[in-house]
Design a protein around this ligand. Structure first.
Ligand SMILES: C[S@@+](CC[C@H](N)C(=O)[O-])C[C@H]1O[C@@H](n2cnc3c(N)ncnc32)[C@H](O)[C@@H]1O
Length: 189
């Protein structure tokens, strides 16, 4: 018998399954941390257009290969720039904006997302996002920069105006403090 992946045990799958509920085939989405392209592929399978950002050419070329193999390259614009500048490239209102923070699996651990840049990127994403849309952030507090990043992102989310945004933190209550968490922000209007 085929077993299903357990989405509570895999935060990236949890983030994807919630993001999927916010997407239709007509929508646009943004992957703010393209990496090897797994989230970009997930988004391209479910919507019309995806903007996918990464600072590393190495990441973008392996993601481009993944999307080409899936026959979905035509849906994706790969952008080698910081997600903090997403508003310079994204011309439509996205329904979903995903961040999977930290460093490239199998890559240089020094090239991680940083608290200050990610906070800037989330502020830009909040203005880009379509009303009714979703920002998803998978956070990794198991390393020092990831811990600072989570702290600053949770502070930003707590301070968002309640009449315009709704925020949810998925926290694995009986797991280590180092366990990844998923932060979700929806724009009400
Ligand atoms: C955890 S990986 C993403 C994994 C990816 N979602 C996947 O499915 O393979 C994080 C990525 O964020 C990228 N990154 C770091 N800082 C960035 C920035 N300011 N703007 C865009 N990407 C950034 C890194 O180069 C790395 O590839």
């Amino acid at each position: 018998m085929k077993t299903r992946a357990n989405i509570l045990q895999r935060p990236t799958l949890l983030a994807q399954s919630i993001c999927g509920a916010y997407l239709t085939e007509e929508d646009t989405a943004v992957d703010c941390t393209c990496g090897r392209g797994h989230d970009t592929l997930f988004l391209a399978q479910r919507c019309r257009r995806v903007y996918s950002f990464d600072l590393q050419e190495e990441a973008l070329s392996s993601a481009q290969k993944l999307l080409a193999e899936a026959g979905l390259s035509h849906k994706v614009e790969f952008i080698c720039d910081s997600h903090a500048r997403a508003d310079r490239y994204v011309t439509e209102q996205p329904a979903v904006i995903m961040f999977n923070l930290g460093y490239l699996p199998g890559g240089d651990k020094a090239l991680t997302t940083t608290a200050e840049e990610t906070v800037r990127a989330v502020r830009a994403a909040l203005t880009l996002l379509r009303p009714g849309g979703l920002i998803s952030l998978t956070m990794y507090p198991g390393h020092e920069e990831g811990r600072r990043e989570q702290e600053q992102l949770c502070r930003l989310a707590r301070e968002l105006p309640t009449d315009r945004f709704h925020c949810l933190l998925a926290d694995m209550l009986n797991q280590s403090e180092m366990a990844p968490r998923v932060l979700l922000i929806t724009r009400k209007k």
